[in-house]
Design a protein around this ligand. Structure first.
Ligand SMILES: [Zn+2]
Length: 587
């Protein structure tokens, strides 16, 4: 009887422990009362600002180019380094060690910005949940209110400031977490410092999140709070593992081509959804803004790689909870990583999630770093990429008007509904890739006609508003059309929209471990699914995926891994019948 009782007690306490680790965050609250009305856009800007807004694009760009500083980034990293362990369950009371000291230090950095720009609002976003034996947790916030509340939606730039060793609740180890994610914290602080020298029509929110390592808790709590309070978030830019350039031994290729290989010239953007989605639209906007506005003036160039998947496969980050609540969110990550997150695996030698994630090496023991693992110049360029995107989003004009995409048999027309004379409009065309193929700019005209479309091709078309300074809004959700084959006369067929289901062509990206496969359904049916069968040259089945066919464009992410090489075929089957096939050529 006693035994039975003891067993039941153990069972109940196990359930309780499990329950608390899976439970939601509760008691979500902001420490500063000014914050909520600003986040909602319900405030009077004259409360914060007098005089004219200071948001000239040229000045903001110049400021980003000249004021972003590698030295300042290093100072932030040295600052974070002193707290030894930033595990979410580490010391919250000590003034020198642990997560409590670290978040107070981060708040102090935001307060320095406030000193220079009194409009800047600083404080904590708090929530309750037992994580590594600690009940109350805090994200650190710095908010620069917008100067025009008629411009809806704030821009959120975030990075997690917590760290960990091999065991996720080890609060005694040295978890300096410099690459993961001191680099992201330094980026957010530096961006807040540089951007807050100006004012913007839309509000900027800089957030350092906690408990990312135990399950994205800090980001999730804020995303739920945002959704509950109907906070308008225009875009979320998450930065996690953003300053390292050295490839580790077990890091996933070709995020890493080989141990100690260096890549300081590329950065990856991960986002949910396949190409036809708002997060991918935000990723394209980021690449476009950077390439059009800043790249030419940078002494060292960075290439932005738009990745297919939401994150590295089997891993996640703080952009995900925002996407789950319906916001457009992307993640920036270094091209090369020094870790594959499985620090518990035998023979793991990399830095992420280990005591080795330090700022650099002291070779002669004099207490000074002789070489750094986080590259402050690479990190600086990533600050500038985040910065130009944030600034464009914050000063850009209102969203584009509705438009019609017309296939008139001779080419494609884009017709805007109620365009305004004071704006120009940009029309982005995309074929099979994840970036724009062509962008047209319409000055003083409402319609675009283009006759240079390729036969038998799908086009995804989106529209952005452009102001007099050449800054564009976010692009609309895409519309799509299929242009049918061109007969011998060179005139496009009248029935140009295909009426047959079709597997859309794809081109594998050699640096990506995944591929987006898309099926066009002229007559989508609720509940209908198809099978995508991938075969090699010998006809052997290497993979089979079930895809829902309930929308006109249906997309699925196929994880092929990095080592796939050669020619494969992807066939679409619906109810045992083969409908279409595409070649997949991995180089
Ligand atoms: Zn991280």
């Amino acid at each position: 009887m006693l035994m039975k009782y003891a067993v039941r007690l153990i069972f109940v306490s196990l359930l309780l422990a499990l329950g608390s680790s899976l439970s939601a965050q509760t008691n979500l609250r902001l420490s500063e009362p000014l914050m909520l009305p600003v986040l909602k856009g319900q405030y009077n800007p004259s409360q914060f600002y007098s005089g004219q807004p200071n948001s000239s694009k040229a000045a903001i760009k110049q400021n980003l180019l000249t004021q972003t500083s590698s030295d300042s980034l290093l100072q932030y990293l040295f600052g974070l380094n002193q707290f030894r362990n930033r595990n979410s369950g580490s010391d919250t009371l000590s003034v020198s060690n642990g997560i409590g000291a670290a978040r107070n230090w981060a708040l102090a950095q935001f307060n320095k910005i406030k000193h220079n720009n009194p409009a800047f609002i600083t404080g904590f976003f708090q929530f309750d949940k037992i994580i590594c034996n600690i009940n109350t947790h805090k994200n650190v916030l710095g908010i620069l209110p917008g100067t025009d509340t008629s411009q809806k939606g704030f821009i959120l730039i975030e990075a997690h400031y917590d760290s960990r060793c091999e065991s996720s609740c080890d609060t005694a180890c040295e978890a300096r977490g410099m690459e993961d994610n001191g680099s992201g914290v330094a980026l957010v602080l530096e961006l807040a410092r540089v951007l807050s020298k100006y004012t913007y029509p839309r509000t900027l929110v800089f957030m350092l999140t906690t408990a990312e390592e135990q399950g994205l808790d800090g980001a999730n709590a804020f995303a739920v709070y945002a959704k509950t309070n109907a906070l308008p978030i225009r875009a979320v830019l998450n930065n996690d593992v953003i300053g390292g350039i050295i490839c580790g031994k077990t890091a996933s290729p070709p995020g890493c081509p080989g141990e100690n290989e260096i890549d300081s010239l590329q950065v990856r953007i991960f986002s949910a959804g396949a190409n036809y989605s708002m997060p991918k639209g935000l990723a394209r906007y980021t690449k476009l803004s950077f390439e059009e506005e800043l790249l030419a003036e940078m002494p060292v160039k960075t290439n932005i790689q738009i990745m297919n998947a939401e994150d590295r496969i089997g891993r996640g980050g703080d952009h995900i909870p925002f996407r789950q609540q319906g916001y457009a969110a992307i993640r920036f990550t270094s091209a090369n990583e020094h870790g594959d997150a499985n620090a518990a695996a035998p023979g793991y030698l990399d830095r992420q999630h280990s005591t080795r994630d330090v700022l650099g090496k002291d070779l002669n023991g004099d207490g000074i770093f002789d070489s750094l693992f986080v590259s402050s110049s690479y990190l600086k360029r990533n600050v500038q990429i985040n910065g130009i995107t944030t600034a464009m989003l914050a000063i850009g004009p209102q969203d584009p008007p509705e438009f019609e995409l017309i296939n008139d048999g001779n080419g494609l027309s884009v017709k805007l509904t109620n365009p305004q004379a004071k704006y120009a409009y940009r029309i982005g065309f995309r074929g099979r890739g994840n970036t724009f193929d062509t962008i047209f700019t319409l000055q003083n005209q409402a319609d675009l006609k283009t006759y240079h479309v390729k036969k038998d091709s799908f086009y995804f078309v989106s529209v952005a508003t452009m102001d007099a300074a050449g800054t564009e809004s976010l692009f609309s959700m895409e519309k799509y059309v299929k242009v049918a084959g061109v007969p011998a006369t060179g005139v496009l067929k009248k029935d140009a929209i295909s009426n047959k289901m079709q597997l859309l062509p794809v081109s594998p990206n050699p640096i990506d471990e995944t591929l987006t496969l898309s099926v066009y359904m002229p007559n989508p049916k609720p509940g209908l699914t198809g099978q995508l069968i991938i075969t090699d040259l010998q006809g052997r089945i290497v993979n089979s995926l079930t895809i829902a066919l309930d929308k006109t464009i249906n997309e699925i992410v196929f994880v092929h891994g990095f080592s796939t090489k050669g020619l494969y075929f992807c066939s679409l089957f619906v109810a045992e019948e083969k409908m279409d096939m595409q070649r997949l050529w991995f180089k």
